[in-house]
Design a protein around this ligand. Sequence first.
Ligand SMILES: Nc1nc2c(ncn2[C@@H]2O[C@H](COP(=O)(O)OP(=O)(O)OP(=O)(O)O)[C@@H](O)[C@H]2O)c(=O)[nH]1
Ligand SMILES: [Mg+2]
Length: 320
Amino acid sequence: MNALPDPGEITNALSSDSFRACAQLITAIERATPGLTPVLQVLYRGGRGNRIIGITGPPGAGKSSLVNQLITHIRRLGKTVAILAIDPSSPFSGGAVLGDRLRMMQHSADTGVFIRSMASRGQLGGLTKAVGDALIVLDAMPWDYIIVETVGVGQNELDIMQLADTVVLVQTPMSGDDVQAAKAGINEIGDIYVVNKCDHNEADRTVRFLQSMITLGLHLQPEKIWTQPVVKTQSVSGLGIEDLANHIDHFFSVMKPDTPDMRLRRRHRIAYQTKGILRDILERRFHDSNDQQIENSIDAILTRQSDPYALVSELLAAQG
Ligand SMILES: Nc1nc2c(ncn2[C@@H]2O[C@H](COP(=O)(O)OP(=O)(O)OP(=O)(O)O)[C@@H](O)[C@H]2O)c(=O)[nH]1
Ligand SMILES: [Mg+2]
C-alpha cells in the first residue's frame, strides 16, 4: 500500500461508510504501514463507542455458524454489523439469506455488513495491537454492532476478548469428564454462555453445569449487576439465535456506558490497549535496530562484559 492519505480525508471516507477505506486501513494495520499512528489518533478521538461483542470458544464449537445466524438476525431488524474474524479456520458464508447480498458487497458501499478476517501470524509485538487498531477503524464507522470472533485456545486469543464490551463464550455439550476439566476455570471470561449444537446429547447437563458455576460465582461477587445467562443454540438451524440476540441487547441495556461496571471495563480496555501499543513499539525497536549493533551488544553479553538489561537501556535510549 502506498502512503496513506491525510487523516481528515480518511475520516471523511469512513464516515460516509466507505468499505474500501475501511478495508484498506485494516490492511495497512496488518502490514504496519508507516504513517498510521496519526490516522488512528484522529479516528480514536472521533470514535462512536459502538457495541463490541466478542465471540470465543474452542475450535469447531460453531462460532462462525453462530455469527452467520446473528448477521441474518441483525439485518432482518434493519441494523448493521461489522465482523472481525481473527484467524478463522472456517469461512463465513454470511448466512444463507445473506449470500447474495454479501457477494454484492464488494460493489456496493451500503449493505450494512462488513466482514474482515485478520491473521494472527506474523504480527510483530502483537495481535492485541493489530486487533485494537482495527477496532479503532470500525468504531469510527456507524455500526450498530461490531463482532470479534476468535478461537479460545491460547492466552493471546482469550486476551483479545478484553477489547470487547461483552463476551459470548460458545461451548458444546460436554461429557461428564469434560465437565470436570472445565471446572479448571476457562469458563470465567464469559458474560453470556452459549451451549451450541444443542441437538446433541448432554446439552441440558452442560447448561445445568454452567448455571451451577454461575451461581457459585454470584456467591463470590454478590454486588455484580450482570448475571450471565446460559443460552442453548443450534447454529445450523438458527434455533436459539433470537434468544441470544436478546440477551446481548439486554446486556447493553443493563451495562450502560455510564454504569460503574461498564466504565471499569472500558478503563481496563484502554489500559490493555495501551500496553499492546507499548509492547509493539518496544519490540519493533528491537527488530528495527541496526543488526550489527545488536550483534555487538549480544557478543558483549555472551562474554559477560554486558547484560540484557544494559541492552534494553540502550534500546530505550535510542531515538524511536
Ligand atoms: N450438529 C450441529 N453442528 C453444528 C452446529 N453448529 C455448527 N455445527 C457444525 O460444526 C462445525 C464447525 O462450525 P463452525 O461454525 O465453523 O465452528 P467455529 O467455532 O467457527 O470453528 P473454528 O473457527 O474453526 O474454531 C461445522 O461443520 C458446522 O456445520 C449445531 O448447532 N449442531
Ligand atoms: Mg470460525
